[in-house]
Design a protein around this ligand. Structure first.
Ligand SMILES: Cc1cc2nc3c(=O)[nH]c(=O)nc-3n(C[C@H](O)[C@H](O)[C@H](O)COP(=O)(O)O)c2cc1C
Length: 170
């Protein structure tokens, strides 16, 4: 299947290591994977102007890097959201990219989703997990798994192997 990974980290760090392990496993299993570095993109928040639902016919009035993400929303069978935890949430960039799906209603083909979260402290995940679960439920996607890496788990071979195996099993 076609998998789009939305990496919300603005740097090549712990989340990128999780994403790389995911990509390795998924590709070994024969999936086609595209990583979108939304953390490095300029993606503004939704204006709620409803242009997309009227005159825009599914297109956002804002012209920014969301144009690079939208093709993946339209073609992927699975969306993987990956982010460092920033103040008990995903990054603002990933949050904006998640909410801007409003323009098209829901990812056109995506029936599956997963969440990868990296943090410094042991358990700051309740907020982003709740948003993810509510969001994919609303969008009609099935959760295939949530993997977190806290503190020293980041970059550890055990965690990367867990992620590779998870992706291989999809
Ligand atoms: C602005 C900011 C806010 C953060 N907030 C949290 C937090 O609320 N809880 C936590 O455990 N770690 C927090 N962290 C630490 C990162 O989640 C952690 O270092 C993560 O592994 C970074 O991933 P990255 O290398 O992909 O950017 C924060 C880091 C930054 C820069």
């Amino acid at each position: 299947m076609k998998i789009a990974v939305l990496n919300g980290s603005p740097k090549k760090g712990n989340t990128a290591a999780m994403v790389d392990a995911f990509v390795q496993g998924a590709q070994e299993a024969g999936h086609e994977v595209e990583v979108l570095h939304v953390g490095k993109m300029k993606i503004a928040g939704c204006l709620g102007c409803e242009y997309c639902h009227g005159k825009g016919e599914g297109k956002c009035i804002q012209q920014d890097d969301m144009a690079k993400v939208m093709p993946a929303y339209l073609s992927a069978d699975m969306i993987v959201y990956a982010s460092p935890v920033y103040y008990f949430d995903v990054t603002a960039q990933l949050s904006a990219a998640m909410q801007r799906v409003y323009a098209i209603g829901k990812p056109a083909k995506a029936a599956k989703a997963a969440l990868l979260l990296s943090s410094a402290s042991p358990n700051p995940y309740s907020g982003p997990i709740a948003v993810y679960q509510n969001m994919i439920g609303y969008l009609g996607m099935e959760d295939k798994g949530i993997i977190t890496a806290a503190g020293d788990e980041n970059g550890s071979e055990a965690k990367l192997e867990e992620i590779r195996n998870f992706a291989k099993g999809l």
